[in-house]
Design a protein around this ligand. Structure first.
Ligand SMILES: Nc1nc2c(c(=O)[nH]1)N=C([C@H](O)[C@H](O)COP(=O)(O)OP(=O)(O)OP(=O)(O)O)CN2
Length: 181
């Protein structure tokens, strides 16, 4: 059995090195829709795979970090990176160029890590994120499956969130502890 929870964010980026000229040369934004799919080997005491409400404790923070934020590829020039870091409060520096594919893989990695380091207390089983689907536009999405988790080398500890973003996280201290494991 699979359940799905949908989130959204309004994000800006440039995807360097892709084939589309506008996409690789100009800052632009999208209204992203993110679908998270979960499964488990048993139902909890409420006959659920995972209460949708529990996805809003830590997982939502990660997706919402990208809302009204600029996704900054770590390989950009220092001048370019400094511009965003000094002129915009919400930015994320990430070790991969921000395509729909890399967002889906990155979110999958974060959520897999969060689930593995969360103690559930309502009879939940072994809850897994089976895939993450990131819709960049109305016509295009990328979906990363658990079997794709090593498709790119991406250490989530190398994803840097601006202070403004971290300070807005709900249950901030708990999430920072989970991410530090
Ligand atoms: N496989 C991928 N291809 C493209 C990505 C991506 O992340 N993965 N991203 C882009 C751009 O960011 C672009 O803004 C979106 O491209 P596209 O789907 O072509 O956008 P349109 O709104 O022009 O699509 P229409 O269907 O023509 O309205 C490019 N490619």
């Amino acid at each position: 059995m699979i359940i799905r929870k949908k989130f959204k964010f309004e994000g800006a980026h440039i995807v360097r090195n892709c084939s589309t000229k506008r996409c690789k040369t100009s800052i632009h934004g999208h209204s992203y829709k993110v679908e998270l799919f979960f499964t488990s080997n048993k139902l909890d005491n409420g006959y659920m795979i995972l209460d949708f409400g529990l996805t809003k404790k830590h997982i939502k923070n990660i997706i919402d970090s990208f809302d009204h934020a600029y996704s900054l590829w770590a390989e950009e020039s220092e001048e370019f990176k400094n511009f965003f870091k000094t002129n915009s409060l919400r930015w994320i520096e990430m070790p991969v160029s921000p395509s729909a594919e890399s967002y889906s893989l990155m979110f999958l990695k974060f959520i897999d890590h969060i689930l593995k380091n969360t103690k559930f207390s309502n009879g939940e089983g072994d809850v897994k994120v089976t895939s993450v689907r990131v819709h960049e536009t109305k016509t295009g999405y990328a979906e990363a499956f658990l079997s794709d988790i090593n498709l790119i080398e991406l250490d989530i500890k190398k994803v840097v969130f601006s202070d403004e973003i971290i300070n807005e996280w709900k249950n901030k201290d708990e999430l920072l502890k989970i991410l530090s494991v």
